[in-house]
Design a protein around this ligand. Structure first.
Ligand code: ZN
Length: 159
């Protein structure tokens, strides 16, 4: 059994939880999947909105996703595997290789959100790198980043 507390996570919040209890925005470890050689794949939920309350728009999600892809690749090149949208439009799935420390994830997330605020364009928002390149809004991504940053002291408060 992995020592989630040593990684900084509250052990009781790891795994699947009743979505009616979730607070947001939060950063939560969903799973840690070890391989036979000792490598570990970490699945992290970047929840933005409380479930079944307010939903992110397609444009908000899309531009924010581009920034997450860009930022985690930039700051964690050896660990970043992927980021994906939650189909319920309330957050994102982050997948990392061999990095599951809560503080490390928080620190990079915060850096990326600050980069969003300072950005002059959405990364990869062009016809060669995106499958729906007109569906972007820097302003919406910045408003989202600002809201998540303002809630930083609550990122650990999953339930
Ligand atoms: Zn795209």
């Amino acid at each position: 059994m992995m020592d989630f507390a040593q990684l900084g996570w509250e052990a009781g919040t790891v795994g699947e939880l009743d979505h009616r209890l979730l607070k947001a925005p939060h950063v939560k470890l969903r799973a840690a999947t070890p391989g036979p050689s000792g490598d570990v794949v970490y699945s992290v939920d970047l929840r933005i909105n409380e479930p079944n309350s307010v939903f992110l728009s397609s444009t908000e999600m899309h531009s924010f996703e581009h920034f997450l892809l860009w930022g985690f690749q930039k700051y964690m090149p050896k660990n970043f595997i992927s980021v994906g949208l939650m189909g319920c439009q309330t957050g994102f799935y982050l997948i990392l290789f061999n990095e599951g420390r809560m503080q490390a994830v928080h620190d990079v997330y915060e850096k990326i959100l600050n980069d969003v605020l300072a950005a002059s364009e959405v990364p990869y928002a062009n016809i060669a790198q995106c499958g729906n390149y007109k569906n972007h809004s820097l302003e919406l991504a910045q408003a989202l980043a600002r809201r998540v940053l303002e809630a930083k002291s609550n990122w650990r408060q999953v339930i």
